[in-house]
Design a protein around this ligand. Structure first.
Ligand SMILES: [Zn+2]
Ligand SMILES: [Zn+2]
Length: 286
């Protein structure tokens, strides 16, 4: 691909990254939180194959009726705050992405474009490995950011909305956005990565983060106990983090929380219910 200036890349990413946010977070918010979106997505789901079998019907019913994780509807003010912080994060990620592209043009990164160079096996393996590394990095950084000295400056913004919505998925204080972006700036210099693998990681991060902040639980209770899905973080798992602050610091997988003792012992039981505030959870706010 032809070389471009830093400012060209910055301008391009300032268009791409916020658009991605509004498309994914905004689209999912519309589908889950507005009457028109709920009605349309319910009809669409029911008319497709999903609505024609027992599991699909269960999912649709639980998704739209009985499994809200919220204590109250989101306020327009909290959504506005989340969008403002997310746009700031998008600017920081755009700077990081532009810097990566300039470094790539100068042959300084280990990014590559030739699929035959390392093969499809490596493409898949590198995608998985970056997810694992990012998850470990996120766990460490996130746990540090909850230290009292740091929280106020670097992580308070993400928790400002209380119960999250999809709009919260990219809402980071600038210092946290820099820390998150630095992972990508670092990884492209140390690990050979095809652009497809890098883009796949970024898309996975965007969608999974919206998923974690959905505010609804989509899956039946078996999800938290199933031999495979118990290792995956989802809306209930991350909602508990937004309520309790002292557990569930991971991004994609539960094993760091389990290994370091920050997995909520009540997670499986909480998954069974709708996380009502009457359960007596202690809210820890700064
Ligand atoms: Zn947090
Ligand atoms: Zn969160």
């Amino acid at each position: 691909m032809p070389d471009h200036s830093f400012w060209f890349y910055l301008f391009a990413f300032l268009g791409i990254i916020p658009s991605r946010y509004f498309l994914i977070a905004g689209g999912i918010y519309w589908a889950c939180y507005t009457a028109g979106g709920q009605a349309l997505s319910k009809t669409l789901l029911e008319k497709t194959i999903v609505g024609k079998n027992a599991l699909g019907k269960t999912i649709v019913r639980e998704f739209f009726v009985s499994r809200s994780l919220r204590r109250s509807p989101p306020s327009p003010q909290s959504i506005q705050k989340d969008v403002e912080l997310s746009l700031l994060s998008a600017v920081i990620f755009a700077f990081a992405a532009a810097a990566i592209m300039v470094a790539y043009d100068q042959g300084l990164t280990r990014l590559y474009t030739d699929l035959d160079r390392d093969g499809l096996g490596y493409l898949g393996a590198s995608f998985g490995l970056v997810l694992l590394l990012q998850d470990a990095y996120f766990y460490i950084v996130h746990r540090l950011f909850h230290r009292p000295l740091l929280f106020r400056w670097v992580h308070r913004g993400h928790h400002r909305s209380g119960d999250p919505t999809p709009w919260t998925s990219f809402a980071f204080d600038p210092a946290e956005a820099i820390a998150q972006a630095l992972f990508f700036v670092g990884i492209v210099f140390v690990m050979p990565l095809h652009f497809i693998a890098l883009i796949a990681v970024l898309m996975t991060m965007s969608v999974w983060s919206v998923w974690n902040h959905l505010g609804f639980e989509l899956f039946p209770a078996a999800f938290a106990r199933h031999w495979f899905s118990k290792w995956l973080i989802g809306p209930t798992h991350h909602s508990i983090h937004h309520r309790k602050y002292t557990v569930h610091y991971g991004l994609y997988f539960t094993f760091w929380d389990k290994l370091f003792g920050t997995q909520d012992a009540q997670y499986e039981n909480e998954f069974d219910g709708a996380l009502q505030p009457s359960r007596g959870e202690v809210l820890q706010r700064d």
